[in-house]
Design a protein around this ligand. Structure first.
Ligand code: PMP
Length: 388
């Protein structure tokens, strides 16, 4: 029975019943006063969750890749130079995307499992003038988390727009968009925001909106054009009816509910909960003897864990055994090592029970697969970490 299973992949995640109920409510007109109020309030709540009081929020139907497109298509004019910081598959995706929009892209690629040090970024920014830099806060293919604060600072000092792919971090890992000087922080609904897939979300700083306004070349994507969407967002916030493309009414209602819950929990307690649960999960896999992909504790995200399969253990067989125990986890994604590792998501509404249950299922699967370890060691280590 699906309701008693755990979906522990790095998105989509398990969603709160209250959010799913909101999704199932009768659809209203996109210009009904009740919906205008809900959408307006959701936009205001985004500003609070992103910690960007002077930012412009945008909500458009699409996946996280479309949120990337919403940033790239509007900020890049053909010939602009862009610096992409890549710690995995999703950093590389930005290279491809920005090139498509005519940018001359330079990529600073981290070694597998590592981060790109801010000094390397600064060297590059000193060498040439860039219009924007992009960074993947948590790359879901490697579970590597990049420090954002130094990059915001570098961006400000070098007059470069900073674009953060926060698809696997917003509302789970700390981001202070305005205080850290980040120009665009984008995400999608299906991860720590806690709403089923289908919404591309971002908040743009005044500098990013100004850079868009200053462009003399039309945006090459019609659907992604901020010129179409900004007036719509402003209308909803002013509680006025407007239309460009039909919004995903039910998803936006669900978004309003989920953002409300995030703010009720409080941002600092929410980040602390993810750090505690993520740390407990990592303590568990360490105790079982699994090697993690990110190099060093500082590079490890709190939203997901990536581990290599132990020698002699078949990946597909292990994932199937974990599944039989009632937990779904994800295989590898990074092309270099795709079949050698797996990923466990732990973000959103989850509590300690999901961490302990997943480690238990993982231990059961590893034992079936013949991995030698002390049965129960992972769960015990996580429990110790949780009670600290
Ligand atoms: N960036 C990151 C960091 C992601 O994890 C993902 C999705 N896993 C994306 C971008 C792309 O999002 P989507 O699959 O919703 O298009």
């Amino acid at each position: 029975m699906r309701g008693h299973e755990l979906l522990m992949i790095p998105g989509p995640v398990d969603f709160e019943p209250e959010v799913l109920q909101a999704l199932g409510a009768p659809t209203t007109s996109h210009v009904a006063p009740v919906f205008i109020e809900v959408f307006g309030r959701a936009l205001e709540r985004m500003r609070a969750v992103w910690q960007c009081p002077s930012g412009q929020p945008l909500v458009v139907a699409g996946s996280g890749t479309f949120a990337m497109e919403l940033a790239g298509a509007n900020l890049v004019v053909p010939g602009d130079r862009a610096l992409v910081i890549s710690t995995g598959v999703f950093g590389d995706r930005f290279e491809d995307l920005l090139s498509r929009h005519g940018a001359e892209v330079t990529v600073l690629r981290a070694p597998l499992g590592g981060v790109v040090e801010p000094d390397r970024v600064e060297d590059e920014l000193r060498r040439r003038r860039f219009k924007l830099l992009t960074v993947t806060h948590v790359d879901t293919s490697t579970a590597v988390r990049m420090p954002l604060e130094p990059l915001g600072d570098l961006g400000r000092r070098h007059g470069v727009l900073t674009v953060v792919d926060g698809v696997c971090s917003v509302a789970a890992e700390e981001i202070q968009q305005e205080a850290w000087g980040l120009d665009v922080v984008l995400t999608a609904s299906q991860k720590a925001i806690g709403v089923p897939p289908g919404l591309a979300l971002l908040v743009a700083s005044p500098a990013a909106v100004d850079a868009f306004a200053a462009r003399r070349v039309p945006v090459r994507s019609y659907y992604a054009d901020w010129g179409k969407w900004l007036p719509i967002m402003q209308s909803y916030e002013a509680r006025q009816p407007s239309y460009f493309g039909t919004p995903a009414v039910n998803l936006v209602v669900a978004l309003g509910v989920s953002l409300g819950r995030i703010l009720d929990e409080g941002l600092a307690p929410r980040f602390a909960r993810h750090a505690l649960l993520g740390g407990a999960f990592r303590a568990g896999v360490d105790a079982i003897g699994l090697r993690q992909l990110p190099l060093g504790e500082k590079a490890r995200a709190n939203t997901l864990t990536a581990c290599y399969y132990p020698d002699g253990v078949s990946g597909p067989a292990l994932l199937a055994a974990i599944g039989r125990a009632g937990v779904t986890v994800a295989g590898g994604l990074h092309s270099e090592i795709k079949d050698r590792y797996f990923r466990i998501g732990h973000m959103g509404a989850i509590r300690a029970a999901a961490i302990l249950g997943t480690l238990g299922a993982l231990e059961t699967g590893l034992q079936e697969a013949g991995h030698r370890f002390e049965l129960g060691a992972g769960v015990a280590a996580a429990q110790r970490a949780l009670s600290r």
